[in-house]
Design a protein around this ligand. Structure first.
Ligand code: B3K
Ligand code: ZN
Length: 855
């Protein structure tokens, strides 16, 4: 396989200022004529190289004349233009969208046609340089059968339309903004629209449309509100206004990712558009809001300023994730949002950084770029933007982003451009900070407080270490901004304030001031840096911080650390601080009236995977056993609390206030704690909640609880749920998912059986993720001692790769964590990776992920 290297970047030799595309659309046979106006950008004549993927040119014309001076080089079309410096090159191709199971390029989903071009899907539609630094103005003509495809959409504005021959109609779309090919989109189908409008800060009216299949329009209200909120927020917080008269969103069922930010025509996975209380949980609602915002924000951070090359992906993704996180924090609870984001970072990114697929947020090489849409590029990328924002403060950070947007508008930029704009605009020195772009691995910071009883002086000793990662054996210290605060436990008066300490060196000593006794230290408040902190603290200290810290994130962290210490001790057969955990949970629950959402997050035990991440060798069975034992102990000790939370009743599902959502979340946690005690009435209690639920949050939580057990109520509830929602694919996904999440010992067998269910299909990525993604997230099941979990995932990868390599490749990383497990498990995991690699005709996506996972 060929590796592409960041250092090999060369500017394009030919620019393509204008493109006219002509589509004669049909499900099985679509013909495309692409007319590229090309201009040579270098002195010496050089042939025009146009990438294709699965295409054959049917005809090539140059300036209107049939042209024979072309050849194929692999899948590339090379057109020799002699010494011309400009020309219009026309190429005819024919594609079959109905056979496109990769869901890249132009494909069919539920009898509609849609596109996905990022990163390199445009070359599956027509021959093109297909690189993000080639920007063009697009004119798109689409013609299709009027009955089957009444709606024809593309980027920009519809400038003309009309009737064609033989029951056909056509539309002409024009996008005035030059864009790279990955932002091209078209949709043709029988769709209905939810229309609204937004008036921008300069008073321009923008027509908004969310397009779905008939029957789904009643579930688009939340997405529409999220869109309008996002538009207003980006004006207020970043000064960014929308720049077209039209903004369309289309929801499709078969989609590899969450959504796509095509200029003026976002295409979404239905899962991030459709929501009503009966079918979507509160978490689903938050997902819709966050993804709608994310794609909208790309209009500036991604579309107006795009990436020079794919190594710069975090330029748009890290920044846009940071922007959508800030938006969601503003729309809801900043503390809870921060907890959720950090939980996700630790669940998805830390393991990536610690494993064979570790890469910097700006990678140095890749074989298949689709494999680099990772938690590192997205979520760690967002953390790196956040650190700059923290060091600059809000006003100066805004000056930096203003300068960035101003300086690079209309360009294909680099991460370096962004950092320089923040440096210049915010007045920060980011020389050493750039290391965060080039060094992979999660830094570890050790902390120790020294208190001199005689003088009263307290000092914080910090050391940092960035661990080796593949290809980067030796690292240097990076700037690590830590928000810290030292508490005097005996003080009755207001405590001294917080300070921001930026570690630059391997070792740093921070004077904390005078204290009668050693102070309680709150460190990395708000998770100001994406690092792991090693800080020996007793149960008493953590319990105190969990109750008294004035930073809610730090309170959450203290309680989590206390739980984690206790669980890790228990797994290694040592006594932990069980009573201290129970006391701290009880204390935290006292705040539930005021902020139920925060309390629900704070009292939740760390996940099995996160407990495993703390251990040298992960013991999945002991972790499950000890986590359940602690859950049982907390469940029993605070039984009356959990019961009264459940007895209070659920807030009506139609109310989506912060408080109502928090209340429901806490009820789910209460039910899980109670269930861990195995009290005899739990199944009937859960079944009652399930049956009486007026919305999906409660219904799903009760079903998930039942799914762990083997009661009659379990089978009954699963059956009711299936019968009720069998025609709703997004809800049916939940039915598959809760069964794959189950802590029952037969879950791997259940997953294998569910894969044979008539409603299971490999052609829908959501369904695949619902079943198999849930299995890899279920640590004890996936790592079942006989290796059946590994075999199941490898079988899936092998079966899915020929159809959809992108989604297949995404299932591989869990198999690559073998170094963290005992020899027997590691050997089985590696054997499955070998078995995958032995398949003939494997895709580049899967080959890269599986072979790197063995290193
Ligand atoms: N930019 C898209 C990613 C699509 C990549 C597909 N391989 C979604 C997003 O981050 O907004
Ligand atoms: Zn994005």
């Amino acid at each position: 396989l060929v590796s592409i290297h960041r250092g090999d970047y060369r500017p394009p030799e030919w620019r393509v200022p204008d493109i006219a595309l002509d589509f004669r659309l049909d499900l099985a046979e679509t013909s495309v004529t692409a007319a590229l106006a090309v201009e040579r950008d270098i002195e010496t004549p050089s042939p025009l190289v146009l990438h294709g993927d699965g295409l054959t040119p049917e005809a090539v014309r140059v300036d209107g004349e049939v042209w024979n001076d072309w050849r194929m080089d692999g899948s590339d079309l090379i057109v020799d233009l002699g010494d011309r410096t400009a020309a219009t090159v026309e190429v005819d191709t024919r594609i079959d969208p109905s056979a496109n199971t990769q869901l890249m390029g132009l494909y069919a989903s539920n009898n509609m046609l849609c596109t996905q071009c990022e990163a390199e899907g445009f070359r599956r539609i027509t021959f093109h340089p297909d690189r993000p630094d080639v920007l063009s103005r697009y004119k798109v003509r689409m013609e299709a059968d009027k009955t089957r495809f009444p709606i024809l959409l593309s980027n920009g504005n519809c400038i003309d339309k009309g009737a064609g021959e033989g029951g056909k109609h056509w539309a002409l779309w024009e996008d005035p903004w030059p864009k790279p090919s990955y932002l091209f989109a078209l949709v043709a189908g029988d769709l209905v629209v939810n229309r609204d409008e937004f008036v921008t800060m300069s008073g321009r009216k923008v027509e908004l449309g969310i397009w779905v299949r008939a029957g789904d329009e009643s579930r688009t209200g939340h997405a529409m509100q999220a869109l309008k909120n996002s538009m207003a927020w980006d004006e207020r917080v970043y000064g960014r206004e929308y720049d077209l008269d039209l903004f369309n969103i289309v929801a499709v069922s078969d989609f590899n990712m969450g959504a796509m930010e095509n200029k003026g025509l976002n295409i979404f996975n239905t899962r991030y558009i459709l929501a009503d209380p009966d079918t979507a949980t509160d978490a689903d609602y938050d997902g819709v809001e966050g993804v709608v915002a994310h794609e909208y924000f790309h209009n500036w951070s991604g579309n107006r300023i795009t990436c020079r090359d794919w190594f710069q992906l975090s330029l748009k993704e890290g920044f846009t994730v940071y922007r959508d996180q800030s938006f969601s924090a503003d729309m809801g609870s900043p503390a809870v949002k921060r907890i959720e984001d950090v939980r996700l970072l630790r669940a998805a990114q830390f393991p990536e950084d610690a494993g064979p697929l570790a890469h910097p947020i700006r990678p140095d090489s890749y074989q298949e770029i689709s494999n680099f849409y990772t938690a590192t590029v997205y979520n760690k990328g967002a953390e790196i933007i956040r650190m700059m924002a923290t060091m600059a403060g809000p006003e100066r950070f805004r000056k930096g982003t203003d300068l960035y947007f101003d300086r690079h508008d209309g360009e294909a930029a680099t991460c370096e451009d962004f950092v320089r704009a923040i440096e210049d605009g915010a007045g920060l020195d980011l020389k050493q900070f750039r290391l965060w772009y080039s060094q992979a691995g999660t830094p570890r910071v050790t902390a120790r407080v020294e208190h001199d009883a005689a003088s009263g002086a307290a000092q914080l000793h910090l050391t940092q270490n960035v661990p080796p990662t593949p290809g980067q054996p030796v690292k240097v210290p990076m700037p690590i901004p830590l928000r810290i605060k030292a508490f005097d436990r005996s003080a009755t008066a207001t405590q001294a304030g917080e300070q921001l300490v930026v570690l630059h060196d391997a070792e740093t000593v921070v004077p904390l001031g005078q204290f009668a006794a050693s102070p309680q230290l709150s460190l990395n408040r708000g998770f100001s840096a994406p690092v792991i902190i090693d800080f020996e603290r007793g149960a008493d200290e953590l319990g105190w911080l969990a109750a008294h810290d004035d930073d809610p994130f730090a309170r959450y962290e203290a309680l989590q650390q206390l739980m984690l210490d206790t669980l890790v001790a228990a797994v290694s057969g040592k006594p932990g601080h069980r009573q201290a955990v129970i006391d701290a949970v009880a204390e935290t629950l006292r705040g539930r009236e005021a902020d139920p959402a925060f309390v629900a997050e704070a009292v939740l035990l760390p996940s099995e995977a996160f407990i495993g991440d703390q251990m040298l060798t992960v013991d999945p069975d002991a972790i499950r056993r000890e986590r359940l034992a602690l859950q049982d102990a907390i469940g029993a000790a605070l039984e009356s609390e959990w019961r009264s939370i459940l007895a209070e009743g659920a807030p009506p599902a139609s109310i989506l206030s912060r408080k109502a959502k928090g209340g429901r979340r806490l009820r789910g946690v209460a039910l899980a704690y109670l269930a861990a005690t195995d009290r005899a009435d739990v199944p009937s209690l859960a079944f009652t909640i399930f049956s009486e639920a007026d919305g999906m949050t409660e219904r799903q939580a009760a079903l998930a609880t039942l799914a762990h057990g083997d009661s009659d109520e379990r089978a009954h509830a699963l059956d009711i749920f299936y019968q009720r929602y069998r025609d709703n694919p997004l809800v049916l996904d939940k039915w598959f998912q809760v069964q794959a999440w189950s802590m029952r010992p037969d879950t791997v067998d259940a997953v294998r059986a569910l894969a044979q269910h008539p409603d299971f299909t490999l052609t829908n990525p959501n369904r695949v993720r619902a079943l198999y993604g849930a299995l890899t997230g279920n640590q004890a099941a996936f790592h079942q001692a006989d290796g059946a979990g590994y075999r199941t995932i490898a079988d899936l990868v092998i079966a899915l790769d020929p159809k959809n390599p992108q989604t297949a490749a995404r299932m591989i990383p869990p198999l690559g964590r073998w170094k963290r497990f005992d020899e027997a498990r590691a050997a089985m995991m590696k054997a499955e990776l070998d078995r995958i690699l032995a398949q003939p005709g494997l895709s580049r996506d899967v080959t890269e992920q599986a072979s790197k996972s063995l290193l």
